[in-house]
Design a protein around this ligand. Structure first.
Ligand code: 8NA
Ligand code: MG
Ligand code: MG
Length: 348
């Protein structure tokens, strides 16, 4: 489909769920041989497999809250979104939330809370979380708002409900912008070569803010940490087929920090736009992206979820094997909600 087509909305939201569900198998694993990834993915095609449906984790649980809030309020409402996060957590606390964010979610449940951003600010001795928990749920902001200024503003605020460190919330801004540009056809030829440059120039503005500069100093990062990582993505891409998984991990990371996972997810999508050695020839780009994200190990569910959203916005819903969709809890809901977001997006 063309820019911002329904197929792209559905692809983005469904592939994000898929990445979370399928990636859960390897979350936290240090080394994941591609053989094991392909075995896991092939297993999904076996109708008789005994393990039933793959459950989604915190990534999808929180994304669903963001979606429901944006739809119900027809825009961003921090009180409503915070309430939904808290309610979802108290209802299903066992979805694999990060150790820190649990404290925020408990505080957000308090009826006496006036400032919904305060619990997040108190995290980690006042530094706030730099985890990828804001970024993992950022895709819906690109599906609710069409203007990059709005996407930047609201993805940032949505993340700040749990992640007040710029190294956390700017990961959410980057993820939302990546989904936005992909949704607009930014990964279609002939626009593809400019995709990463657009992200770099957006993030140069985002990271020029005082808060970002001071957080970078506190955590001994470079002045423009996300921009630096995006330049590394560019360097790795220019090396084409010669880049190993070990190098991707050492250059970009595969961890729970937004800085060590959002640029990685972006790289996965870009790297898998073309057939790659070690990946089945019958795979299309979306399947390659999924497999490659899992083979990086580390925070696999979250990296695959974020890569899934960006890739799904590019390839559209028809690129996602139906048999994969049927295996994943929440995939059907995501598909329905994508249509609602598509309507909201084109109304506004
Ligand atoms: P979070 O806000 O609790 O952050 C995740 C973790 O990062 C924290 O528990 C800390 O260990 C560390 N951290 C974050 N900010 C700071 C800081 N300023 N100073 C010191 N340490 C810090 O949770 P989140 O919502 O960001 O979640 C991130 C990831 O963790 C998600 O993938 C989620 O699924 C979860 N998780 C990961 C694994 C894994 O093995 N990779 C397992 C279970 C859960
Ligand atoms: Mg998770
Ligand atoms: Mg995770």
């Amino acid at each position: 489909g063309g820019p911002a087509s329904l197929s792209r909305f559905r692809g983005a939201l469904v592939a994000a769920v898929l990445g979370d569900c399928v990636g859960g198998e390897f979350e936290g694993a240090e080394e994941v041989p591609m053989d094991r990834v392909l075995q896991h993915l092939n297993g999904l095609e076996d109708e008789s497999r005994g393990d039933g449906i793959l459950q989604y984790s915190d990534d999808t649980a929180m994304t669903r809250c963001v979606v429901q809030s944006l739809l119900t309020r027809a825009g961003f409402d921090e009180q409503d979104m915070a309430r939904r996060f808290a309610k979802e957590y108290s209802h299903s606390p066992g979805r694999g939330y990060g150790a820190g964010v649990i404290q925020v979610l408990r505080k957000l449940a308090s009826p006496h809370l006036n400032d919904v951003f305060q619990p997040a600010r108190a995290q980690f001795s006042g530094h706030g979380s730099f985890g990828n928990g804001g970024a993992m749920r950022a895709a819906p902001f690109a599906l609710a708002f069409s203007n990059p200024v709005d996407i930047r503003r609201y993805s940032r605020l949505g993340a700040m409900l749990t992640h007040s460190c710029s190294l956390g919330y700017n990961g959410a801004v980057l993820q939302a912008l990546a989904v936005h540009i992909s949704l607009q056809g930014g990964l279609d030829l002939p626009h593809r070569p400019t995709f990463i440059n657009k992200l770099i120039s957006e993030m140069e503005e985002v990271e020029a803010e005082d808060a970002a500069r001071s957080d970078s100093r506190v955590f001994s990062e470079s002045e423009f940490p996300f921009c630096d990582r995006l330049h590394r993505v560019k360097d790795l891409m220019e090396r084409n087929n010669s880049v190993s998984i070990e190098e991707v991990i050492s250059e970009l990371g595969n961890g729970i920090a937004a800085l060590h996972s959002v640029p990685t997810a972006i790289f996965c999508v870009l790297h898998c736009l073309e057939p790659r050695e070690g990946l089945p020839e019958r795979y299309g780009g979306l399947e390659r992206t999924m497999a490659y994200s899992l083979a990086l190990g580390g925070d696999t569910d979250t990296i695959a979820c974020m890569a899934g959203a960006i890739a799904g916005a590019h390839y559209g819903i028809d690129a996602i094997p139906q048999i994969w969709q049927r295996c994943c809890e929440g995939a059907e809901d995501a598909d329905i909600n994508a249509e609602r977001l598509h309507t909201l997006y084109h109304q506004a």
